[in-house]
Design a protein around this ligand. Structure first.
Ligand code: AMP
Length: 164
């Protein structure tokens, strides 16, 4: 038979695969037909102060900020799905839309909703139109456990959701 790998290397690839699979719950990734994907969060868990958007709010992780006021912070999505893909998050500690809509004060809700509209206006999206999206939990595919509204725009956005 053809010798493709030397003896020690033959074990390296399966060992790395086993290691990756064993570590996947801790890396928050999962294997699927499409490859490795981020795992949806559980929106019923308490707020995690270590989540990536909490760190962005604190300035511990850099972001491409586009707007900030007393109630909200907006920044460009790191992996844009449209010509314009901006995220707006409330400054309060809310895991999801469910958490926010039950626990936030009327002032926080009004401030956040107005900020989303303000960012879309500032980006010139009103006349051409745009789309808002908030993913909640597993079926929504929510990956970050701090409420965020996606603003998509810059071109016709196609069908509302993936059809199977
Ligand atoms: P969702 O699936 O609704 O939870 O969306 C999470 C979004 O956050 C995805 O579109 C990611 O591309 C985006 N994202 C993750 N980390 C960062 C980051 N550090 N800066 C900007 N966007 C991020």
């Amino acid at each position: 038979s053809i010798k493709v790998m030397s003896k020690p290397l033959r074990w390296l690839v399966p060992a790395l695969v086993v290691l990756l699979l064993a570590a996947s719950p801790f890396l928050r990734v999962e294997m699927s037909a499409g490859g490795i994907e981020a795992m949806p969060i559980d929106p019923t868990l308490p707020y995690d102060d270590e989540n990536i958007f909490a760190k962005i709010l604190l300035g511990e992780i850099p972001s491409n900020k586009v707007y900030e006021d007393e109630w909200a912070f907006a920044f460009e999505d790191i992996n844009p799905q449209a010509e314009i893909h901006t995220l707006v998050i409330p400054k309060g500690r809310y895991v999801s839309w469910d958490d926010f809509s039950t626990k936030a004060s009327a002032e926080e809700i009004a401030g956040f909703v107005r900020a989303v509209g303000e960012v879309a206006r500032a980006k010139g999206l009103v006349e051409p139109g745009y789309r808002l999206l908030a993913n909640i939990g597993a079926h929504g595919g929510q990956e970050v456990p701090h409420l965020h509204v996606h603003i998509f725009g810059g071109r016709p956005l196609g069908p509302m959701i993936l059809r199977r």
